[in-house]
Design a protein around this ligand. Structure first.
Ligand code: NAD
Length: 331
C-alpha cells in the first residue's frame, strides 16, 4: 500500500512516522502541498491519498485521483464538507475519516476561547507585557450560574456540555438528534429558545446545507444582548458580514473563533509578511472583543496520536474490505 500524504507539517510527519513503525508494509510520502486539482496529478502510482480539513477535494480533484487509480481517500480529520462525496462514490473511491480523535481537545479549546474573550486574557497578556497593570477594559462576568447553549451535541458538543456543566452553568442544547448521555446535565430546547436564553453560545454541529450560515442577522437578533459566541466547528456556520454587523451593534460581549469563512488560505500558513487586503478577517481582528485562533482546536498531543492510529487503522479496514463506522457516505 502506497499513500501520498498532502498538506503535511512537521508534527504530522512526527505522529505518523511513529505510528508507521507498526505498519512496515505501508509506504508513504509526505507532501507539503495541499490537495487541489493541480496537485492531484502527483498521486499517480499511489493507492491512496491522505488529506486534511482545507484540501480541495471537489469534483475535478476527485476525477483526477480516479484517473490516477486512487482507490482510497483518507481524511485525517472529522469534517468532510470539502469533499464532493457524490463524485467520490460514483467513481467507486472509498473515503474514511477520523470521526472523533479527541473531542475534549476541541471542547477544551472552545472553553479556552470563551474564557479568553470573557476575561479579556488576550488583552491582559499584551497590557502586562507593556508594564500596564491597570484593569481598565478587562472586566468579565462569571460563567458560574449563567446559561450555556451548545448547538450540536455529538462528540465535541457533548464534551463541551460536560465542561460547561463543570463550570456550574445551566446548559441548554440543540441538535437534530438528542444525545442520551447528556440526560440530567443538558436540557434540549428549540434553537430559538437556546439563542434567546444563553450567555454563551458554542457551535459544534457540522457544516451542511442545513447549517450553512446558521448564525446570521436573524439568529443574531434572537440572541441575548452581551452574549459570547464561540465557533470551533466550521467557519461557514457563521455569516461573517452579519457577525461583524452584530459586533458593531454591540450585541456580543465577546466572540471566539477557531474557524471563520475566510480561513482557507490562512490555515497553518505563516502570512506575517503579507498585507491582507480586503480581508474580513482583518476587520474581525480589529475588534477588541474578538479572539481568533487558526483552526487549532484539534491540536493536542493526544489528538495527533489518535489521528495517526485511526487513519492507519482505516487503511487496514480498507485492505480487509470491511465496513467501518469511519466510512463517509453521501448525505
Ligand atoms: P459529531 O458528528 O459527533 O456531532 C455533530 C452533531 O451535530 C451530531 O449530534 C448531529 O446530530 C448534529 N447536527 C447535525 N446537523 C445539525 C443541525 N442542523 N443542527 C444541530 N445539530 C446538528 O461531530 P463532532 O466530532 O462533535 O464534530 C463537530 C464538528 O466540529 C465537526 O463537524 C467539525 O466541523 C468540527 N471540528 C473542528 C475541529 C477544530 O480543530 N476546530 C476539530 C474537529 C472537528
Amino acid at each position: 500500500m502506497k499513500i501520498l500524504f498532502y498538506d503535511t507539517k512537521s508534527y504530522d510527519k512526527d505522529s505518523f512516522t511513529k505510528e508507521l513503525e507498526q505498519y512496515p508494509d505501508i509506504e508513504v510520502k509526505f507532501l507539503k502541498a495541499d490537495l487541489t486539482p493541480n496537485t492531484a496529478e502527483l498521486s499517480h502510482g499511489y493507492d491512496a491519498v491522505c488529506a486534511f480539513v482545507n484540501s480541495n477535494i471537489g469534483t475535478r480533484t476527485v476525477e483526477i485521483l480516479h484517473e490516477n487509480g486512487i482507490k482510497l481517500i483518507l481524511m485525517r480529520c472529522a469534517g468532510f464538507n470539502n469533499v464532493d462525496l457524490h463524485t467520490v462514490h460514483r467513481l467507486g473511491i472509498r473515503i474514511l475519516r477520523v470521526p472523533g480523535y479527541s473531542p475534549e481537545a476541541v471542547a477544551e479549546h472552545a472553553m479556552g476561547l470563551a474564557l479568553t474573550v470573557n476575561r479579556r486574557l488576550h488583552k491582559s497578556y499584551i497590557k502586562v507585557r507593556e508594564n500596564d497593570f491597570s484593569l481598565g477594559s478587562l472586566m468579565g462576568f462569571n460563567f458560574y450560574q449563567k446559561t450555556a447553549g451548545v448547538v450540536g451535541t455529538g462528540k465535541i458538543g457533548a464534551a463541551m456540555v460536560r465542561i460547561c456543566h463543570g463550570f456550574g452553568m445551566k446548559v441548554l442544547a440543540y441538535d437534530v438528534h438528542e444525545n442520551p448521555s447528556l440526560k440530567g446535565i443538558a436540557e434540549y430546547v428549540p434553537l430559538d429558545q437556546l439563542l434567546a436564553q444563553s450567555d454563551l453560545v458554542s457551535l459544534h454541529c457540522p457544516l451542511t446545507d442545513n447549517t450553512y450560515h446558521l448564525i446570521n442577522r436573524d439568529t443574531i437578533q434572537k440572541m441575548k444582548d452581551g452574549v459570547i459566541l464561540v465557533n470551533t466547528s466550521r467557519g461557514a456556520l457563521v455569516k461573517t458580514e452579519d457577525l461583524i454587523e452584530g459586533i458593531r451593534a454591540r450585541k456580543f460581549f465577546g466572540v471566539g473563533l477557531d474557524v471563520y469563512e475566510e480561513e482557507t488560505p490562512n490555515v497553518f500558513e505563516d502570512r506575517s509578511d503579507e498585507i491582507l487586503e480586503h480581508s474580513v478577517t482583518a476587520r474581525l481582528l480589529s475588534f477588541p472583543n474578538v479572539m481568533i485562533t487558526s483552526h487549532q482546536g484539534f491540536f493536542t498531543k493526544e489528538a495527533l496520536a489518535n489521528i495517526a492510529q485511526t487513519t492507519l487503522g482505516n487503511v487496514r479496514m480498507f485492505e480487509k474490505g470491511e465496513e467501518s463506522p469511519n466510512d463517509v457516505h453521501p448525505q
